[in-house]
Design a protein around this ligand. Structure first.
Ligand code: SF4
Length: 601
C-alpha cells in the first residue's frame, strides 16, 4: 500500500499551511513543518525566514534591516533609492577598506569566513550568508586575532541552525585556569557553539588568554567584570572602560556583552520588582549611575566602543541588564524599555559597521515567550537574539537545565538564534564538568527541536535514521546515531547487554516494535542497511559506560562489573551471530526463559 496525497487530507480536519520538510528524503508520513515557508532572500524580503506563524496580537517584523542604517559617509548612488539593499547601490568613502564581516558584506564581498559558514550550514550558499550578514540578521563572531589561532568560523542568525552557548569561568571561590580550559574542551565536545568566559576570580587575564588560544569556537566575555578587579565600581572611569575593551579586543575576544541599555530613566521601573536587577553587569552599572547621578557610561561611550570593536571585528552581544530574575518580573516596563534602547544601540552600531546580536531573558512564563521574541525582532530589526533560557518556572533549583530548556525550545522556534545554556547548578553554584555536560545536552535538545520545527532543511535526517534503526531493533546503529552513544548503551546494557529484538522496558512478549516488524504492511525497519544480519552481541561495558552506571548508583559496583559478561554467559552467542534470544531463532517460550534467566543473574 502506498500513501497518496489524499490520505493526508482526510475529511473532518484541515492541516495548517505547510512550511519546509526538515527531512531531505521526506521520510515517513508526516506532512512536514507547520512553520512558515523559508524565504532566504537579501534585505527585508528575507526577514521571515525560518519563523513561526504569528499568534494573533504578536508584533509584526520590522521592515528595516542594517541596510537602513548605513554609515553617514557612504553614498547612495542615484537610481537606487528604492532598491538600496545591495552592494551595487552604495559608494563607500574613498580609500575605504572593509574590516568587519558586516562591512565586507556591504561591499558585496564573500569572505573566507562566510565560505566556511556555508560549508557548515549546507542549506545556505556563501552568497546567502553574505546577504544575511549585510542585512544584520546574521553575525560571524570572528575576531581577527582569534582567526590567527584555532577559530573555526560559525554564524549566529535565524537563517542558520540554532546555536548554543556554554558559560564558564573561575570565580573568587572556585576553579582555576587549567580547569577552565578543560571545561572549554569539554563544552566543545558536547556541542557548544560558543563559550563565554565569565571569570570573576583567579587570574582573569591568563585564563582568558588560555581560553582564546585553545578555543575552536568563538569566545565571548563581559568586560566589566575585569574592569572592577582591584577597584570599586564607583571608581570606574570612562578611560578604564575603553582601556579594558581595547585590551580584550586585542587579545582576540570574539564578542563582548556590554550592558549599555540600562539607562537612568529605566531604574525607577525596578523598584517594585520582586528581585530587582539580577544581571551582574546591569546591577554594577546601576550602582555607578546612582552614585554619580549620571547616565550609563557604556551608553555615553557607545560610538567610541564601536570604534574599538570595529578595529578587531569584535561583535556586540548587547546585554540585557534589566532582564527579569523571576516569573513575577517578566515582560515588565523595565525589561521592555531597555529592549527599546537596545534597538537604538543596534542602529548606532550598524552605522559604525559593527556586527550586533542582542541578549534576552531570563525567566519568562511560557505564554509570554513568543511575544518577547517577536518584540525583539521588531525593535532590533532582525538582529540575532541570544537568550538565556528562559526558565519557565522558578521552583525547580537543581533542575533549571530542564525548566529553561523548555523555554529555550519555544524561544528558538519563535525567533531566538542562540540559546545560552543553563546548568543544574544555576542559582546554586559554579558548574562542574558534569553540570556543563548536562547543560550542553539540554540545550542541544532545545536547539535541535526548534530547527526541526522550523523546517530547516536536513535537520531531521539523523532522527529519521535513528527511527529506522529503532524500528529494525538494530541496537548498534541505534547507539551510533545517538547524541551520547556511551550513555544510551550503558542504560540499555544495565538491563540487557545483548542485542535482542526487544529491550527490558517492555520485554519480549510486549515489544510492539518487534510485533510491528512481523506485520508486513509497515515499511520501517526493512531497509537493507538495518537488517538483522548486521545485529551483533554487545561488547563488554567500556570504562565510560561503567562510569555512567556507577554514577546512577542503582546497581552495586559488583553488579555493574558482572554486567558485561552476564548475558554472554546466559545466551552464549557466537561473536558474529545474532543473540540466541532473537525471535528469528527461538520460539516465544525460549525467549521468555532466557529473559527470566537474565533477570535473575
Ligand atoms: S521492548 Fe518496548 S521499549 Fe524496548 S524496543 Fe520493544 S517496544 Fe521499544
Amino acid at each position: 500500500m502506498s500513501i497518496t496525497a489524499t490520505d493526508l487530507q482526510a475529511p473532518g480536519y484541515e492541516l495548517p499551511a505547510l512550511g519546509n520538510n526538515p527531512s531531505s528524503s521526506a521520510a515517513g508520513t508526516t506532512p512536514g513543518s507547520f512553520a512558515r515557508k523559508p524565504q532566504i532572500a537579501p534585505g527585508r524580503s528575507g526577514r521571515m525566514t525560518f519563523s513561526s506563524p504569528d499568534t494573533p496580537g504578536m508584533p509584526a517584523a520590522s521592515d528595516r534591516t542594517a541596510w537602513d542604517f548605513m554609515p553617514s559617509d557612504w553614498t547612495l548612488k542615484p537610481g537606487f533609492e528604492s532598491n538600496y539593499e545591495c552592494a551595487e547601490a552604495w559608494e563607500p568613502p574613498a580609500g575605504f577598506t572593509p574590516v568587519t564581516q558586516l562591512e565586507s558584506a556591504r561591499c558585496g564581498i564573500i569572505t573566507p569566513e562566510m565560505q566556511r559558514v556555508a560549508e557548515r550550514e549546507p542549506h545556505l550558499t556563501p552568497a546567502q550568508v553574505r546577504d544575511e550578514v549585510a542585512a544584520g540578521r546574521m553575525i560571524i563572531p570572528a575576531n581577527r586575532v582569534h582567526l590567527g589561532y584555532q577559530l573555526d568560523p560559525m554564524c549566529i542568525g535565524r537563517a542558520g541552525k540554532t546555536k548554543i552557548n556554554a558559560n564558564m569561568g573561575a570565580s573568587p571561590v572556585s576553579s582555576s585556569t587549567d580547569e577552565e580550559v578543560d571545561k572549554l574542551k569539554w563544552a566543545e565536545k558536547w556541542g557548544s557553539d560558543t563559550v563565554m568566559d565569565l571569570s570573576t576570580g583567579g587570574n582573569l587575564n591568563e585564563c582568558r588568554e588560555a581560553i582564546i588560544r585553545n578555543a575552536t569556537v568563538p569566545i565571548g566575555t563581559v568586560p566589566i567584570y575585569s574592569m572592577i578587579i582591584g577597584r570599586k565600581i564607583e571608581d570606574l572611569t570612562h578611560e578604564d572602560i575603553l582601556r579594558m575593551l581595547k585590551h580584550q579586543a586585542k587579545q582576540g575576544v570574539d564578542y563582548f556583552t556590554i550592558h549599555a541599555g540600562v539607562r537612568m530613566a529605566h531604574l525607577r521601573f525596578v523598584e517594585k520588582r520582586l528581585i530587582g536587577i539580577v544581571s551582574r553587569g546591569g546591577s554594577l552599572l546601576a550602582k555607578w549611575m546612582i552614585t554619580h547621578n549620571r547616565e550609563n557610561p557604556m551608553y555615553e561611550l557607545w560610538e567610541d566602543i564601536c570604534d574599538i570593536m570595529r578595529e578587531y571585528d569584535v561583535s556586540f552581544s548587547i546585554g540585557d541588564g534589566l532582564r527579569p530574575g523571576g516569573l513575577a518580573d517578566a515582560t515588565d516596563r523595565a525589561q521592555l524599555s531597555e529592549l527599546e534602547t537596545l534597538g537604538e544601540l543596534t542602529e548606532r552600531a550598524w552605522r559604525k559597521g559593527v556586527q550586533v546580536m542582542i541578549e534576552g531573558p531570563g525567566h519568562v512564563p511560557f505564554d509570554q515567550i513568543e511575544f518577547n521574541m517577536k518584540l525583539q525582532r521588531r525593535l532590533c530589526h532582525g538582529a540575532p537574539f541570544y537568550v538565556l533560557g528562559p526558565l519557565v518556572t522558578d521552583i525547580f533549583p537543581g533542575y533549571d537545565h530542564i525548566t529553561s530548556c523548555i523555554g529555550a525550545t519555544a524561544a528558538g522556534y519563535h525567533g531566538a538564534s542562540m540559546l545560552c545554556y543553563v546548568t543544574p547548578k544555576e542559582h546554586l553554584g559554579l558548574p562542574k564538568k558534569d553540570d556543563v555536560k548536562q547543560g550542553c545536552i539540554a540545550y542541544k535538545i532545545a536547539a535541535h527541536a526548534a530547527d526541526v520545527a522550523l523546517g530547516i532543511p536536513g535537520t531531521r535526517d539523523r532522527d529519521d535514521e535513528l527511527t529506522k534503526a529503532r524500528a529494525a531493533l538494530n541496537w548498534e546503529k541505534h547507539f551510533e546515531l545517538s547524541f551520547d552513544p556511551e550513555y544510551a548503551r550503558a542504560l540499555h546494557d544495565e538491563d540487557l547487554d545483548v542485542d535482542t529484538d526487544f529491550c527490558a522496558m517492555c520485554g519480549h512478549d510486549w515489544c510492539s516494535v518487534r510485533i510491528s516488524k512481523e506485520i508486513e504492511m509497515f515499511v520501517s525497519g526493512k531497509d537493507e542497511e538495518y537488517q538483522w544480519d548486521k545485529a551483533k552481541v554487545s561488547s563488554a561495558l567500556n570504562p565510560d559506560q561503567l562510569a555512567v552506571l556507577e554514577s546512577r548508583g542503582v546497581l552495586s559496583p559488583d553488579e555493574i562489573h558482572k554486567l558485561a559478561s552476564k548475558t554472554k554467559k546466559a545466551v552464549a552467542p557466537a561473536e558474529t551471530s545474532k543473540a540466541s534470544c532473537h525471535s528469528d531463532y527461538v520460539d516465544a517460550e525460549e525467549a521468555r526463559r532466557i529473559q527470566e534467566e537474565i533477570a535473575t543473574v
